[in-house]
Design a binder for this molecule. Structure first.
Ligand code: PLP
Ligand code: TYF
Length: 396
């Protein structure tokens, strides 16, 4: 039965973790996978999460099946976070939201549902993008192509190229957009550029699919979410996947969601019924723990305030690491202007280093980033940054 089964390639990012674990270099630093570590190099367990878990333990509950679409209080909290509690779409009931297994789960539910309503549509992702976007939409049965996004030569967004691609896309094309903190480049559109993108998706009748995996890591929770309000104002139907992996440091709990903005409340009810079929036939219903933690935090004012403070702490520390990286690279003798690192936002920096340099960093210095030159700035800290800068200076 399995004689002809081929060995699949490793995930380019998660595969680095295995290589890192096997590395015996005592100075090794993992800047490969997108995970936030604190200044002691530890994966944080947020205080708001611990407090929510304490509340949950004080009133233990039996573990029956959840509804197919998840915990009601969770779904409504996600909806309010994404669209605003007092926003027209939430008040009028035209958003269908489901709990999902991380942001990946939200994307996959959306992809499977889209395949039913738009079986012949093409999917456009950014060039470059999070590698799993291509894999996930391809697996769902779509032809995936890319729109220009990043130009290495001038370290920035090829906005004209992007807009041209959108303006040439056939009606009904699904366009995957990073809502904030673009992975892997760290370059986000300006509000004015978003306006033009939104005008294009509307004029061409494209289907926007916003991937929101880093809300709160860019400028702030509200600021990063503002793009959703712009799409709402344009009067288009669209998809938003949400991930709490990073913003709650709950990677392994698989907490995320999918929200679909529909034209009417009745449409939303029908869409929700279809999303539930997708979920039902994949994993039946989501798990309880992570969703309860996030719902408790988002729906309890003191814990919500604490979460916002802790998330701001992560955001500020990443920004400090960006500034320190630019300064320390200079101190380490790097001649070229590296100030672009502070213009990028979110967890990642596209360093501009070539594959050979990234391989040398890994093999000679134990400093792990992706072959594309992406480094996770959120894994730098006051103890490892000098070593990282000296290592980069040596390969540059
Ligand atoms: N989308 C982007 C752009 C990401 O970087 C990630 C990272 O993991 C995800 C989605 C998936 O999130 P999750 O780990 O919650 O599935
Ligand atoms: O881009 C990253 O590093 C994160 C984590 O298949 C990740 O988004 C990477 C690869 C993957 C799943 C998550």
């Amino acid at each position: 039965l399995f004689q002809a089964v081929e060995m699949a390639p490793r995930d380019p990012i998660l595969g680095l973790n295995e290589q890192f674990a096997a590395d015996t270099n005592p100075n090794k630093v993992n800047l490969g996978v997108g995970v936030y570590y604190d200044d002691n190099g530890k994966l944080p367990l947020l205080e708001c999460v611990q407090k929510a878990e304490k509340l949950m333990m004080e009133a233990p509950k039996a573990r029956g099946y959840l509804p197919i679409d998840g915990i009601a209080a969770y779904d409504s909290a996600v909806k309010s976070l994404v669209f605003g509690a007092d926003s027209e779409p939430v008040k009028s009931g035209r958003v269908a939201t489901v709990q999902a297994l991380g942001g990946t789960g939200g994307l996959k539910i959306g992809a499977d549902f889209l395949r039913k309503v738009r079986p012949d549509a093409k999917v456009l992702i950014s060039d470059p993008s999070w590698e799993n976007h291509r894999a996930l939409f391809s697996q769902a049965g779509f032809t995936v192509e890319a729109y220009p996004y990043y130009v290495a030569a001038r370290r920035g967004i090829d906005f004209d190229g992007m807009l041209t691609a959108l303006n040439m896309a056939p009606q009904g094309t699904v366009v995957v957009l990073h809502a904030c903190c673009h992975n892997p480049t760290g370059y986000d559109l300006t509000p004015a550029q978003w306006d033009q993108v939104i005008a294009a998706t509307k004029a061409r009748q494209l289907v926007p699919f916003l991937d929101m995996a880093y809300q709160g890591f860019g400028q702030g929770i509200q600021e990063d979410g503002a793009v959703i309000g712009k799409f709402v104002a344009s009067g288009q139907d669209f998809f938003v996947s949400t991930s709490f992996s990073k913003s709650f440091s709950l990677y392994g709990e698989r907490v995320g969601g999918l929200s679909v903005l529909c034209g009417t409340k009745d449409e939303a009810a029908r869409v929700l019924s279809q999303l539930k079929i997708v979920i039902r036939t994949n994993y039946s219903n989501p798990p309880i723990h992570g969703g309860t933690v996030v719902a408790t935090v988002l729906n309890t004012p003191e814990l919500r305030t604490l979460w916002e403070k802790e998330l701001a702490g992560m955001r500020v520390r990443i920004k400090q690491m960006r500034t320190a990286l630019v300064e320390k690279l200079k101190t380490a003798g790097v001649q070229q202007d590296m100030s672009f690192i502070t213009q990028q936002v979110g967890m990642f920096s596209y360093s501009g280093l070539a594959k050979e340099q990234m391989v040398r960093l890994r093999e000679e210095f134990g400093v792990y980033g992706t072959d594309t030159g992406r480094m996770c700035v959120a894994a730098l800290n006051s103890k490892n940054i000098d070593y990282v800068c000296q290592s980069i200076a040596k390969v540059l």
